[in-house]
Design a protein around this ligand. Structure first.
Ligand code: PBG
Length: 325
């Protein structure tokens, strides 16, 4: 049977019918809001390439956590910018490092209402801007694992709810799981940045976090955007190593990978709607080329429809302004 017996428009006739048949609903509880906290500043420093987003001083972090809760957001993802960088990323695992202080502040103010997640990486803390120890001009995998594990443990000691390793070193999930278990943090979950592609969409973030590599690029550890099966292999390994959730990053240019993740694994799937995806929307909106709110809803709906359970997004900050009523 076909037209004229079948008419698809019958079920689109009224708003009530369309609401009743709507298949994806955006819920602020499924959004995670990234926060940049910088050591040693007194006032917020706006990030030019990410309109609406700033690096915050420690003194404003509690406020930002409360602001997220007021939007219905349940989780924040912390990134730190240290006062001093070195060749071992020492500030990443300092007991009183900027992220560790931010974790304590957020847990003191927001308690269990807010899920505090910490990005575990070294690029923001390394003088050379790479995600691991450098020897002979190359990022050393195994030597880096120890530092990532130390960082995760120091976050756990500060009271973190979830650690999110993003360095793309082989074995990082196993190393972190083992270190957490040995220090009585066996109940701290790991959100693994498993399928993290070497992407041009991270550009604005690197301004935000001051983490652009001083030489070379991240192609020897982040994935080639062309590869699909390799993403499934990465995810499979992270599950075996002990990941509690899997992430695909970026989101919009990788919706097929999100769908594959959802189809193949039975853990929560997280998508990172990254800085470049955010900045493109903001730039076009500032020129009045697009309707910002409907575009945000459409993009985040597509990421959910592809299969993401949780979405990390800079748009979470003003969720109430663009979420449907
Ligand atoms: C690494 C890290 C990056 C992002 C999150 N964690 C940058 C990179 O790999 O260069 C990018 C996030 C974004 O673009 O919003 N610490």
């Amino acid at each position: 049977m076909s037209f004229p017996t079948i008419r698809m428009r019958r079920l689109r006739k009224t708003q009530a019918l369309r609401d009743m048949l709507n298949q994806i609903t955006l819920n602020p509880a499924h959004l995670i809001y990234p926060i940049f906290v910088e050591e040693g500043i007194k006032k917020p420093v706006p990030i030019a390439s990410m309109p609406g987003i700033s690096r915050l001083p420690l003194s404003m972090v509690a406020n930002e956590g409360n602001a997220a809760l007021a939007q219905g957001i349940k989780g924040v993802l912390l990134f730190g910018i240290p006062a001093k960088k070195d060749e071992e990323g020492t500030a990443a695992y300092a007991p009183n490092g900027i992220v560790q202080q931010a974790i304590r502040t957020l847990k003191n103010t927001c308690g269990d209402e807010l899920v505090v997640i910490g990005d575990v990486c070294l690029c923001e803390y390394m003088s050379h801007g790479h995600c691991g120890i450098i020897q002979n001009g190359e990022v050393q995998n195994d030597a880096t694992l120890e530092l990532l594990a130390k960082t995760a443990v120091s976050y756990a000691e500060a009271g973190i709810d979830i650690v999110a390793p993003s360095a793309m070193m082989d074995g990082q999930i196993f190393a972190i799981r083992e270190a957490l278990d040995e220090t009585e943090h066996e109940n701290t979950p790991i959100m693994a940045y498993s399928a993290k592609y070497a992407s041009g969409f991270y550009g604005p973030f690197r301004d935000a976090a001051d983490s652009t590599p001083k030489f070379g690029n991240r192609h020897s550890y982040q994935m080639n955007p062309s590869n699909h099966k390799e993403a499934l292999h990465e995810m499979e390994l992270d599950i075996v190593e002990g990941a509690d959730m899997l992430m695909v990053k970026p989101a919009l240019a990788y919706l097929d990978i999100i769908t594959a993740a959802k189809a193949n694994f039975n853990v929560p799937i997280v998508a990172y709607n990254v800085s470049g995806e955010y900045s493109m929307v903001k730039a076009a909106a500032q020129n009045n080329w697009i309707d910002e709110k409907s575009i945000i809803r459409e993009i985040l709906t597509s990421i959910k429809r592809a299969g993401a359970d949780l979405i990390i997004t800079y748009h979470a900050k003003d969720a109430k302004t663009w979420l449907p009523p």
